[in-house]
Design a protein around this ligand. Structure first.
Ligand code: KIV
Length: 285
């Protein structure tokens, strides 16, 4: 990707100022960004160590994604993630930030069957500090989105590759190709009509994401969906180069994994050589 500034050219002392003029980013700011053509930024966050750093970088929305299962808990999918896992992470991010809009994923098994179940689950995430919830699915979730919005809970929908359905979708693969494009457009229309304030499009052809974005009144946030959505979202640890392997739609804007390994390795070497603690690190009395 040639259009991104290589990480080595970025200066640590000049964080990008927030694009949206708001003390707290809310749904009206997200809507206005689309109307004004201001690109929206979203990153995942799972804890109070990282979230304030991402917020200080000017990110508009922090997503407590259920990717927490893979990224933080060592699961091989998002399916085992519980509401308790999500509540704890949401509360940690909420306690440590003040400006970004906090969106929490409804985990698998906590919202799909009835609007009542969805409300009970979403209410727990809102009480933990979320300002909105995200859920996967289109037309078949329309009544659930409407019920949550009617109950005062903003909803971000998630279409395209939806990881909670990985077993029916046959694993992480592009969605909305060929005949699938029409179904995806219909799903996008349905979630907008149901009252969703934004729409994540994951792993869909850029041309289809562009069509949906042009047709939709609500902002689209892309991940592996090309450059023409209203905003972009990435898993923060992928974005920062924490792990060696990242999906092909990710650009590593940093090299945190190697930097952390080097720091830990210097520490180990210093302890073994009795260079740490040094005179600055302790008192004799
Ligand atoms: O859980 C997550 O991190 C997500 C993003 C990939 C959009 O849903």
């Amino acid at each position: 990707m040639s259009h991104v500034t290589p990480p080595e050219e970025a200066t640590a002392s000049s964080p990008t100022p927030p694009a949206l003029p708001a003390k707290r980013v809310r749904v009206q700011h997200i809507a206005r960004a689309k109307a004004e053509g201001t690109p929206l930024t979203m990153l995942t966050a799972y804890d109070s160590l990282t979230a304030p750093i991402l917020e200080a970088a000017g990110v508009d929305m922090l997503l407590i994604g259920d990717s927490l299962g893979n990224v933080m808990l060592g699961h091989s999918s998002t399916l085992p993630v519980t509401l308790e896992d999500m509540e704890r992470a949401t509360a940690a991010v909420a306690r440590s930030t003040s400006r970004a809009m906090i969106i929490a994923d409804l985990p698998f098994g906590t919202y799909e069957d009835t609007a009542e179940h969805a409300f009970a689950s979403a209410a727990r995430l809102m009480k933990a500090g979320a300002h909105a919830v995200k859920l996967e699915g289109g037309q078949k979730r329309g009544h659930i989105i409407s019920a949550l919005v009617a109950a005062g809970i903003p909803v971000c929908a998630h279409l395209g590759y939806t990881p909670q359905s990985e077993n029916t979708l046959g694993g992480p693969r592009m969605q909305g190709r060929g005949d699938g494009a029409q179904a995806l457009r219909a799903d996008a229309k349905a979630v907008e009509e149901a009252g969703a304030f934004a729409l994540v499009l994951e792993m869909v052809p850029a041309s289809v994401a562009r069509q949906i974005t042009q047709a939709a009144a609500i902002p689209t946030i892309g991940i592996g969906a090309g450059p023409d959505t209203d905003g972009q979202v990435l898993v923060w640890s992928d974005m920062a180069g924490y792990s060696h392997w990242v999906p092909s739609f990710v650009h590593k804007f940093g090299q945190l994994g190697p930097a952390l390994r080097d720091a830990a390795s210097d520490y180990v070497a210093a302890v073994r050589a009795r260079r740490f603690p040094g005179p600055d690190n302790y008192k004799n009395d």
